[in-house]
Design a binder for this molecule. Structure first.
Ligand SMILES: C[S@@+](CC[C@H](N)C(=O)[O-])C[C@H]1O[C@@H](n2cnc3c(N)ncnc32)[C@H](O)[C@@H]1O
Length: 325
């Protein structure tokens, strides 16, 4: 499936739920967050049907996200079902890791190949401040459980927020000296009701690199396919790698190969643009596969070129947790 710019789009990120067991400061407002009721959310059957249709359009990679995907009931069974869809090559998940210690093994058995775990600091107080109720030791045990369950590569995501964790960057980068993990540092993006706070808190990737290099020595750039948002680097002698996601200061829109599906069954063509196409309503009205395929194909073809943050207009309607990060 190609969009009108000739980009091959084959990667679907699905928000399994807008609910989360944490309230990270860069993701959700402290108060006033509203959540979907049960009815507008895609059921497992609906979700499996939509994934099967995208597989017919050539999608082969699925990422489960949210909200927090591990709070969705019957997740293991859902992954087993997605894993049986012909054409789906890889199922990955982005999680805060709070429940991974007990879930990693069954999820891996069901067909989950990889996890990205959010890890914003190695200091438990700083971690708790950023996530509002996160427990660093539980997440750490979750990461080790995922590794023991054979998920690889383990990717760790730190969103860097000015005044909160820019002093944690070097310690997080140091993890790659001893662990074969990918530690990725993410520029905070503006979305929804907390966009002003997010833009005021931006730490550009250039500064993140400087902080790492002054503490740990030069970063060696590694080959980059252009299709992943992170640009990879390695520290001398490290067994793991580092990545930087500069969505704001240096976007990678030209290499974008993804679309998102929100928990209420809307295709979101670009994380940072509000245009969405409702697939769930026609599905519930009884649309047949051909009709849905046509709708999806026509929508994906219109994927916008770039996120347009340089135009200084931020998406207004949804917070990150609602779209599926
Ligand atoms: C929305 S979360 C959902 C999955 C899961 N709950 C987690 O914590 O990883 C997915 C990813 O989005 C990132 N994220 C959330 N808000 C962000 C923002 N404003 N800018 C950049 N990344 C953000 C998170 O750090 C995480 O890596």
């Amino acid at each position: 499936m190609r969009d009108s710019f000739g980009r091959e789009i084959h990667y679907l990120r699905i928000s399994l739920t807008d609910r989360c067991n944490l309230r990270c400061i860069y993701c959700m407002p402290e108060q006033g967050q509203t959540f979907l009721a049960q009815a507008p959310r895609m059921t497992d059957d609906e979700l499996v049907r939509i994934v099967s249709l995208t597989a017919r359009l050539g999608f082969n990679r699925i990422r489960l996200t949210g909200g927090e995907p591990t709070v969705r009931p019957n997740l293991t069974l859902l992954i087993e079902r997605i894993n049986q869809i012909s054409g789906i090559r890889e199922i990955a998940m982005t999680t805060n890791g709070m429940q991974l210690e007990k879930m990693a093994e069954p999820l891996a058995r069901a067909g989950l190949k990889r996890v990205n775990v959010s890890l914003d600091s190695l200091d438990s107080e700083q971690f708790a401040l950023m996530t509002r109720f996160g427990k660093l030791d539980a997440v750490w045990r979750g990461i080790l459980a995922a590794e023991n369950a054979g998920m690889q590569p383990i990717k760790l995501n730190a969103v860097v927020v000015r005044g909160y964790n820019e002093n944690a960057i070097a310690d997080l980068a140091r993890l790659t000296l001893d662990h074969p993990w990918q530690m990725r540092f993410i520029e905070v993006m503006p979305l929804g009701s907390i966009a002003d706070f997010q833009m005021d808190s931006l730490v550009p990737v250039a500064e993140m690199k400087e902080r790492i290099e002054s503490a740990l020595g030069p970063l060696e750039p590694l080959e980059w396919s252009g299709h992943t948002p992170h640009r990879p680097y390695r520290l001398a002698g490290a067994v793991g790698t580092l990545g930087f996601i500069s969505s704001v200061s240096d976007p990678f829109c030209a290499g974008c190969n993804r679309i998102r599906m929100t928990a209420d069954g809307h295709i979101r063509l670009c994380l940072l643009r509000d245009d969405e196409v409702d697939v769930l309503s026609p599905l519930r009205r009884g649309a047949d596969d051909e009709e849905l395929l046509e709708l999806m194909q026509a929508s994906i073809f219109k994927k916008p070129w770039g996120h347009g943050l340089s135009e200084k207009s931020w998406p207004q309607t949804s917070d990150m947790s609602e779209i599926g990060g």
